[in-house]
Write a protein that binds this ligand. Structure first.
Ligand SMILES: Cc1cc2nc3c(=O)[nH]c(=O)nc-3n(C[C@H](O)[C@H](O)[C@H](O)COP(=O)(O)O)c2cc1C
Length: 200
């Protein structure tokens, strides 16, 4: 009987979506995103990652939290890449504004960011290193210009000790800005696989 139960449990763990049991109140969508001049999209007044984050929040009923650096990045793309490179090389942890209320209540935490130099913007590390992710499910999503997730799948796992980190989703910034319907479909498909889409 015991063996049968463990065999059934094992089978179910493969068949059931990994986070289907989370309620909307337990879902957090934390993200970093920048406006201004950006790669392949010109000057934008809503960041690519912010568009993705809002789609995920609408689908899951999760709470949005913007990871907002105290010191803004340059509006010009080239200048921003220079600052970002310096911060990456220095292992900087730029200060960020505010914090998530009642972080402990969230069980499923989406973490979204643009790929910068193949990695996450440094303020995302500031955010991740500030919190205890032990026992939580973390789901990365990245927007990019060709690098997909870069090195960030492993970087998120490394920064979120004790968390179950699921396979992230990478979408190009251009798709989010110029073809939001396709981006939305990709997001819904991914969330359904996770058992987290309301199917709106
Ligand atoms: C500082 C900086 C560095 C970037 N580095 C990369 C990169 O290494 N690989 C890549 O595919 N895209 C890179 N990009 C493009 C961004 O990942 C892409 O435009 C992203 O969608 C921007 O998201 P956001 O509008 O939410 O900030 C970079 C953009 C910036 C501003």
């Amino acid at each position: 009987m015991g063996r049968l139960l463990s065999a059934l449990t094992l089978i179910c763990s493969f068949l059931l979506p990994p986070v289907a049991s989370a309620t909307a109140a337990e879902v957090l969508v934390a993200y970093f995103s920048r406006t201004g001049e950006n790669y392949a999209v010109g000057v934008i007044d809503k960041g690519n990652t912010e568009i993705a984050a809002e789609m995920i929040a609408a689908q899951t009923g999760g709470t949005l939290f913007k990871i907002d650096p105290v010191k803004p990045y340059p509006e010009a793309y080239a200048a921003c890449t220079e600052v970002a490179r310096e911060e990456l090389d220095a292992g900087a942890r730029p200060e960020i504004k505010g914090d998530v209320q009642d972080f402990e209540r969230y069980q499923v935490i989406f973490v979204g960011y643009p790929i910068w130099w193949g990695d996450m913007p440094m303020p995302v590390y500031t955010f991740l290193e500030r919190h205890d992710f032990n026992g939580k499910t973390v789901i990365p999503f990245a927007t990019h210009g060709g690098s997909k997730m870069g090195v960030t799948q492993a970087a998120v796992q490394n920064a979120c000790k004790g968390a179950k980190v699921l396979e992230g989703l990478a979408i190009t910034g251009k798709t989010l800005q110029q073809d939001p319907a396709t981006a939305g479909q990709e997001i819904v498909k991914w969330l359904r696989q996770l058992g987290l889409s309301r199917g709106l």
